[in-house]
Write a protein that binds this ligand. Sequence first.
Ligand code: DWN
Ligand code: SAH
Ligand code: ZN
Length: 414
Amino acid sequence: MNENNSKINASLFQCWVCESTLEPFMTFGRMPIANNFLSEKEFNDEYFFEMEPAFCNQCNTFQLVRQPEPQQMFNEKYAFFSGTSQFMGKHFEKFSKQVLSYLDEDPFVVEIGSNDGIMLSNFANKNIKHLGVEPSSNVAMVAKEKGINTTINFFDKDLAQKIVKGYGQASAFIAANVMCHIPYIKSIVEGIEVLLRPNGVVVFEEPYLGEVIDKTTYDQIYDEHTFLFSAHSVKYLFGQYDMELINLEPQATHGGSMRYTIARKGTRTINKTVNTILQSEEELGLNDPKTYLQFKQNCENDRIQLVNLLEQIRKKGKSISGYAATSKSTTITNYCGITTDLIDCIYDSTPIKQGQFNPGTHIPIRPHQEFKENYPDYAVLFGYNHSKEIFAKEQDFIEQGGKWIVYVPQIEII
Ligand code: DWN
Ligand code: SAH
Ligand code: ZN
């Protein structure tokens, strides 16, 4: 199923989308599996890979040239449960309303990466025929227990054919923060081609390359994120299969995302924003290789600044903790070499992360309830995309003299 590894020789690789030859423009160094929270006795066997991004000049796709096998990342121990954010619950309720507006008669909705059912619950509640495709069995079981129809599987072309046999074609194929996780992306689009009704729609949203470049949010780059898409790269990918972008809608979620709506060519009206955003990407230089050399420089500068700040604080004898053991924090801590020398522990609300250590740099993860009992002088907000929700919950920290360290859009103490 997965054609890993696309390596041609020591320094050249093949684009996952158009098969052109690629050369990485930088390396983030040795990286662990971002969601592999582990116990002390597992430290010696921890898996690492060299994390190198490349930009394809042919199809304009930003990608990792290699990553662990999908089964190493998405399995019965997957540590991210979508339902941990109430704000995201509301976001997906609104998302589902938009999808409802596209549905035809006797609708059937398929979602991939359905996780704990945060999105599909909005269709199940309305008795709309639906199917979630979710390979991580622990999160999938949460959805199943809520009565959401879920198959524990990786989506690809073969599975799409089985779904059509069992359920018929789909009115809508939806996904959030999963299309960018799949290196065998061509098999996904081939699957969509088989699965989608002639007048069906594809709606998915993912962290947006334009935001990552603009804000240097390099922490969106980790093993699971094979791709950081743009309107240009998505247009190229689906264009290969006679499908076209009909709408683009920027989203504030996950530090800046883009929602892509796609249909078979000529079946739906194309919204004006499609061209506006394609044009803005040219202006931002998203298709210019020089942009990525500058991005590399910006990542290195940010790393130096963040480490210097943490070191200065520590030299003054002050304590620092992390808040929210996000996947993104695995990139920050490993790329910046942040260990318990700088950060004592990371507080997090996910039970299976608590009592474990963070991947690679082995900072202990503590239950978020303990934050209140043991306020540090400073807390690094690794879950900056949830800042509203977290600041509201943790008002007392500020009232008692604590300070947040944020690093997006720039490094700041608040
Ligand atoms: O793309 C992905 C997105 C959708 O989710 C996946 N590859 C993995 C995951 O990324 P992440 O881990 O960076 O997601 P979040 O939503 O930024 O972070 C979730 C973590 O933050 C959880 O461990 C829970 C924690 N958290 C917390 O401790 N207190 C979250 C909230 C809202 C809180 O109040
Ligand atoms: N959609 C949710 C979860 C995103 S995390 C949200 O936005 O919060 C990414 C999810 O995609 C994980 O649950 C992972 O198990 C799943 N996934 C990874 N590869 C997949 C594939 N090939 N098909 C379906 N789901 C996949
Ligand atoms: Zn390419």
